[in-house]
Design a protein around this ligand. Structure first.
Ligand code: GLC
Length: 445
């Protein structure tokens, strides 16, 4: 498939899933608006329809909670075959909640980064788009600032300012083996009745197992019993984790937010204080020297989570790894065929979990398959540390997977066959960016 053909197919997927003011991640499996999906989708849209990209983001921020949280799902009227339904969360009428029906959780805060990147796209476009971008920035900046402030305070359980996750769904890596031990410690009691829909449109062996799903529901039930009160949640939720990917995305987004503040002539000292604090504590909290890996931290168990998932490369994207750590990550893990490199049982980069992890499973949701947005994020990180060849390999493989199997939700790293939803929006959105960026760098094949 040539570049033009792939571009037009990717745009067609975004049009297909366009619900007017937001884009569904996929038409059947995810019929509402998701937080980090919308941010990445907006970035794809910005490559060919900047006004529609602004609409996507405005629609996400309209659902911001009064306390600052930007929720992980915003429900649209009409689609009823999705679990959990809006009323399941019991978030309506909370004094600190949203004016719209939303979930009670948040998701990786990649939005400020995307908005900064959109500025570059706007500047490359017609001069007429530039004043509009500045106005848009002025409008969204206060929302970003209050969201980041909420993450660094309402989710700060230990005074480090590293936000905690209360539920695997907040990580964006919903079914990762990262959460297995923490979930195993939980015994779901008095589960409310529920009916899954997620294994109707997608093969059950590509979706979470029943005991894990019960724990997802149980955690949601616990949080709603606590009325989504920030302090009570930190004190009482049985699942409380600091995640390397989430904290890296936030740190990078803080850097971008500071740059946006400068562009608007706004004060930066508060954002600078978050940046400094994270730089001070990040490596101490997450780097495990014996293994040469960044590992998540389980605050309830007071111990690192000993699972090698590809989130371990995310600190490169945030500029938080020392050059020595970055080199170890690449040489000992990224390039290791027993873990992430093609060779032993895989052809494509980058498996979401190291292939030699006990929880690895090549087709199951977040347990091994390749995800396009992870390749895109980690490629940026590798470039930041001058690992250009490795970064190119991630973009090359992402494009090869999409060319071979279409814009799927995730891919089997062994043969590149597609898994999960079809016509998946953020895969298409990021394909647009990968094609545009690659053609700037290369001879334009
Ligand atoms: C899945 C993914 C999550 C994503 C959502 C919608 O739950 O794990 O990251 O936001 O689907 O695409």
């Amino acid at each position: 498939m040539n570049k033009l053909e792939m571009t037009s197919r990717a745009q067609a997927v975004l049009r297909l899933n366009d619900a007017g003011e937001f884009t569904k991640p996929s038409a059947l499996q995810y019929p509402h608006q998701w937080n980090w999906d919308s941010a990445l989708i907006a970035f794809g849209l910005a490559h060919f329809d900047l006004p529609r990209a602004y609409t996507e983001i405005r629609s996400l921020l309209r659902a911001q909670w009064r306390d600052g949280m930007v929720p992980h799902i915003i429900y649209s009227a009409g689609s009823t075959d999705y679990f959990p339904p809006p009323e399941f969360w019991q978030t309506a009428n909370l004094p600190h909640g949203s004016p719209l029906p939303t979930s009670g959780l948040t998701q990786p805060p990649i939005l400020a980064t995307v908005i900064r990147m959109m500025g570059n796209v706007a500047r490359l476009g017609s001069p007429a788009t530039q004043p509009t971008y500045h106005e848009f920035l002025r409008e969204v900046f206060p929302h970003l600032l209050t969201w980041h402030r909420w993450l660094h305070s309402a989710r700060d359980a230990d005074g480090t300012g590293l936000p905690c996750l209360l539920h695997p769904w907040e990580s964006g890596m919903d079914n990762s083996p990262l959460w297995a031990n923490a979930l195993d410690r939980i015994t779901p009691r008095d589960l409310p009745p529920f009916k899954r829909y997620d294994a109707i449109h997608v093969a059950p062996d590509e979706r979470p197992l029943a005991p894990d799903y019960e724990r997802f529901v149980y955690l949601t039930d616990r949080a709603r019993q606590l009325h989504w009160d920030a302090r009570a949640l930190l004190e009482q939720m049985p699942f409380l984790v600091q995640d390397v990917l989430f904290c890296s995305i936030l740190h990078r987004a803080d850097e971008d937010l500071a740059a946006l503040a400068v562009e608007l002539g706004e004060a930066t000292h508060e954002i600078e204080s978050w940046l400094q604090r994270t730089r001070k504590v990040f490596n101490e909290r997450f780097w495990v020297d014996e293994r040469g890996l960044y590992l998540d931290y389980d605050l309830r168990a007071r111990a690192p989570i000993p699972v090698n998932a590809n989130a371990t490369f995310a600190p490169l994207y945030a500029g938080l790894a020392s050059p020595a750590h970055a080199t170890r990550l690449v040489k000992e893990h990224f390039d290791n065929p027993a873990e992430y490199a093609p060779g032993v049982n895989s052809k494509f980069r980058l498996p979401s979990v190291a292939k030699n992890e006990p929880g690895y499973s090549a087709r199951r949701y977040w347990c091994g398959p390749v995800w396009i947005q992870m390749n895109w994020i980690i490629a940026q990180g590798l470039r930041r540390y001058w690992f250009a060849t490795e970064a190119d390999s991630l973009i090359h493989d992402a494009l090869a997977l999409m060319e071979q199997s279409g814009f799927r939700e995730y891919y089997d790293p062994r043969d590149g066959s597609g898994c999960g939803s079809q016509d998946f929006s953020w895969s298409a959105a990021l394909a647009l960016d990968m094609i545009a960026t690659r053609s700037e760098d290369s001879s334009g094949d």
